[in-house]
Design a protein around this ligand. Structure first.
Ligand code: NAD
Length: 304
């Protein structure tokens, strides 16, 4: 028996890449999966992978699993309400939401446009808000009706969101927001029986093949390929399962056969309190001592 037997899980952006691997992995662990995908291109271009959700549903059914397709835009408030309703109508319940859909529009900040900024922050940030918000409505109603809730939100951040990435200002800002959103969701939603955790994956997909093809293909022929998207699926299945009830508000960085836990902003050195506002001519020396005494920051991806 799989660790997700009887669980109903919505996976967004599951028509390809990591989401497809999660959907297949969840189904193999016994989950009934709503395979969501709008079928867009790597930069959000309409129609580029039309029918992607349906194909993954076919794969799951061919392997003996249960799944339905959904083509809602994850940042569409009304369409995602329908996605939640569809899951409950088809399978009688909803237990987890895996927010994974997204795309990139890389550009140096100096030439980034407001349209690119809005498109990228919309799909990631608003896309993480809409579906989870509707799911939480359902779970809170369940709890109020006296039915036990063991619900899970699994979010997708990125190394770009945790340490920044050159040429990805909008994406980095959105993914950093998702990491912090996860902390707030975990804190606010614990009372309803809902956990929230996030992943920062590292896998070979069409998204990473555009920028990091050499790295992504470097181990493809090895006995164990650490960049295969399937490697991340077991962590997602566990986080979506009942077994992870005690783990919430965490950000995981899975890669190959290992999982790292990220530790975010934390207090660094603090200057002595002078008991009054610092004068402007005093600030420079104070800040220089703080910068010299702090732990080295992880470099921004692509810096230098
Ligand atoms: N691949 C990596 O190493 C990596 C690293 C860090 C973060 N991520 C994140 O992981 C997630 C999955 O990325 P991937 O690498 O599998 O990319 P991918 O392009 O293969 O898959 C993304 C999927 O999301 C779908 N999608 C895009 N916009 C959508 C929308 N509005 N509504 C519904 N579906 C939509 C696309 O059609 C696509 O199938 C993304 O959030 C990405 O930012 C990936």
């Amino acid at each position: 028996m799989g660790i997700c037997e009887g669980r109903v899980v919505i996976v967004t952006g599951a028509g390809g890449g990591l989401g497809r691997a999660y959907a297949l992995g969840l189904a193999a662990e016994g989950a009934k999966v709503v395979v969501n995908d709008l079928g867009v291109g790597t930069h959000g271009e309409a129609g580029e992978s039309k029918g992607a959700a349906e194909k993954v549903v076919d794969e799951i059914r061919a392997a003996g699993g249960e799944a339905i397709a959904d083509t809602a835009d994850v940042a569409d408030w009304e369409a995602t309400r329908e996605t939640v309703r569809k899951a409950i109508d088809a399978f009688g319940a909803l237990h987890a939401v895996v927010n994974n859909a997204g795309f990139v529009r890389d550009r140096m900040f100096v030439s980034a446009t407001p349209e690119e900024w809005d498109a990228v922050t919309r799909v990631h940030l608003r896309g993480h808000f809409c579906l989870s918000r509707h799911a939480v409505d359902h779970w809170r109603a369940e709890q109020k009706a006296g039915r036990p809730v063991a619900a899970r939100i699994v979010n997708t951040t990125s190394g770009a969101g945790l340490q920044g990435s050159v040429g990805q200002s909008a994406y980095s800002a959105a993914k950093a927001g998702i990491a912090t959103l996860t902390l707030v969701q975990a804190t606010e939603l614990a009372r309803y029986g809902i956990t929230a955790n996030a992943l920062a994956p590292n896998a070979r997909t069409r998204m990473t093949m555009t920028a990091f093809a050499d790295t992504m293909t470097s181990m493809q022929e090895a006995a164990f390929d650490p960049y295969a998207p399937e490697n991340t699926a077991p962590l997602v299945a566990w986080l979506a399962s009942e077994a992870s009830a005690h783990v919430t508000g965490q950000v995981f960085e899975p890669f190959g056969g290992t999982i790292r836990i990220a530790q975010g902003w934390t207090d660094g050195p603090t200057s002595a309190d002078v008991g009054r506002a610092l004068r402007a001519d005093e600030v420079g020396a104070v800040v220089e001592a703080l910068v010299a005494g702090r732990a080295p920051a992880k470099p921004v991806y692509g810096a230098g």
